[in-house]
Design a protein around this ligand. Structure first.
Ligand code: HEM
Length: 530
């Protein structure tokens, strides 16, 4: 029993239901009415509070990546990047010492469909990591695949409109998808991955991750290098055929969330190694692609993957909404020693994330425990919906909520390490990049696939493309021919044989003899790191 004031009957125990004003609720079954048949009364505060909170239980879902699952864990640094001390490339503190641990929160997701859509759909997967470093938060907002559809942020809303359901029918339509892709040839490399088994990872634990865009690392002398980030799963990589995905989806549309949650509950903690590729900070005219172009892979033989640390996920969220739904990641969230590159796509993304989060979660989203850094915060920002506290330093004069001031208040930090001050000049233009090379790497990727992956790719493309306008089929075949003679020929032949009535459903050439179980871990096909 909780002590009330003297001589009063105690009505509360530790588990007594209350409202948010702390009032004990004595009757949670019946509204207050005039007689037990009603009518109800408007002063029924407990009922009105309960129902009006329920009416507001949802925030807008993410405009993309709405379906996701999250977990907590830690990142452990190796102190090195391959054979070099990591300090050669970056002064970011989280990487420096071998064995240094930094807490992380990770959210995996699919991209196009809504909050409870099946986790078996063909789609890239999101792989967003929040590192709570001693210098504040660093977010690495990546995907499972290492490249992307487009290279200019200007095209992103159009691309997402084309991929999402039709605005009238509310049905996802491959004709709209291919209409955008055929008219944007830079998408062809990503289309090649997404229509292969790499477009349906078996689950979240057995997929790679990548920062996709090019970033920079800055060392103590203020020197920068270009960086690509890659996550390699210690569990191995597994992807699904279309048929396997359909078998799982028939029985379980939450399989990836369930797989992650159950693995962590049974103590089978998933791990990924973080590797980086390094390039000197220049335009690299010797390459046939632009290092800032996110539709391209950096060839591993020229730019080896250097391990820099590992990540372990060992704790499930205590509450989905509080932690996973309200989590807010952004590409602008960097710490000292990490920097942006000139990649214009990355810069467009960087505006978009915190903009949408102010709308989706609210102006003070960074005060929520899942988003706040695990270190002191002292700002002069104040007010806005749902402000939870003032970010004041201990002993700070509360009257001085501005800077600079002679009378007190917060002071600027000292610059540690030499500042990185790149010199940039050029005409202001609206132009695409020079080295586009839209189909060459798609051809290399096609040839690198195993035979069954190529068969799946062709059959999946035929299945969806055969329902589309002939002009789109012709354009996609032309892109495939440009990438690789066999790729183009097989796609053309497959389309010629496909039923013309759009009834081509199950993609051709799937592997047979797979048992229909609900568990993607028992299904799927192992793959080598890409
Ligand atoms: C210009 C291109 C892009 C724009 C404008 C953009 C915009 C967005 C927006 C508005 C969200 C929702 C964020 C939220 O509500 O919290 C989002 C989520 C996400 N984006 Fe992008 N995006 C772009 C490209 C990319 C690329 C290339 C990747 C892969 C590297 C990516 C990975 C993600 C991930 C993983 C999430 C989900 C984060 C989470 O789990 O909360 N995006 N993006």
């Amino acid at each position: 029993m909780i002590e009330n004031s003297k001589n009063q009957t105690n009505i509360e125990n530790e588990d007594t239901l209350t409202n948010r004003q702390g009032h004990p609720i004595t009757n949670n079954q019946n509204t207050r009415t005039v007689g037990n048949r009603g009518p109800a009364t408007l002063e029924n505060y407990d009922f009105i509070e309960k129902i009006s909170h329920f009416d507001r239980e949802r925030v807008p879902e993410r405009v993309v990546h709405a379906r996701g699952a999250g977990a907590h864990g830690y990142f452990e640094a190796y102190g090195t990047a391959g054979d070099d001390p990591v300090s050669k490339y970056t002064r970011a503190k989280l990487f420096q010492e071998k064995g240094k641990k930094t807490p992380v929160f990770v959210r995996f997701s699919s991209v196009i469909h809504g909050g409870h859509s099946p986790e078996t759909l063909r789609d890239p997967r999101g792989f967003a990591v929040k590192f709570y470093t001693e210098d504040g938060n660093w977010d690495l907002v990546g995907n499972n695949l290492k490249i992307f559809f487009i290279r200019d942020a200007m095209k992103f809303p159009d691309m997402i409109h084309a991929f999402k359901p039709d605005p009238i029918t509310n049905i996802q339509d491959s004709e709209r998808f291919f209409d955008f892709c055929a008219s944007s040839p830079e998408t062809f490399h990503m289309v090649t991955f997404v229509y292969s088994p790499w477009g349906i990872p078996a689950n979240y634990r057995m997929m790679q991750g990548s920062g996709v865009n090019t970033y920079k690392w800055v060392n103590n002398d203020g020197e920068a290098v270009l960086i690509k980030y890659h996550w390699e799963p210690k569990q191995g990589i597994k992807n699904l055929t279309q048929k396997e995905a359909e078998e799982i989806q028939a029985k379980n549309f939450n399989h990836a969330t369930q797989d992650l949650y159950e693995a962590i509950e049974r103590g089978d903690y998933p791990e990924w190694e973080l590797l980086v590729q390094v390039m000197s900070d220049d335009e690299h005219p010797e390459l046939d692609f632009d290092p800032l172009d996110d539709t391209k892979l950096w060839p591993e033989d020229q730019f080896p993957w250097l391990p820099v640390g590992k990540m372990v996920l060992n704790k499930n969220p205590e509450d989905y909404f509080t932690e996973v739904e309200q989590a807010a990641f952004g590409t602008g969230v960097l710490v000292d020693g990490l920097d942006f590159s000139d990649d214009k796509m990355l810069q467009g993304r960087t505006f978009s994330y915190s903009d949408t989060q102010r709308h989706r979660v609210g102006a003070n989203y960074l005060q929520l425990p899942i988003n706040a850094p695990k270190k002191r915060v002292a700002t002069n920002q104040n007010g806005g919906q749902m402000q939870y506290k003032v970010d004041r330093a201990p002993g700070q004069n509360p009257h001085i909520n501005y800077e600079p001031s002679i009378l007190g208040g917060l002071k600027e930090a000292e610059q540690i390490g030499k500042e990185y001050t790149p010199n940039i000049e050029g005409n202001l233009v609206r132009e695409s990049i020079d080295r586009q090379s839209n189909t060459k790497q798609a051809g290399e990727t096609y040839r690198r696939f195993e035979e069954w992956e190529r068969t799946e790719l062709i059959s999946n493309l035929v299945s969806d493309l055969s329902k589309c306008d002939q002009r789109l089929q012709d354009k996609m075949v032309a892109l495939a021919e440009e990438a690789d003679e066999e790729y183009g020929r097989l796609l053309r032949e497959g389309l010629a044989k496909a039923p013309k009535d759009g009834s081509s459903q199950a993609p051709l050439g799937n592997k047979d003899g797979v048992n229909a179980t609900e568990n993607a871990v028992e299904k799927g096909h192992e793959a080598e790191p890409y």
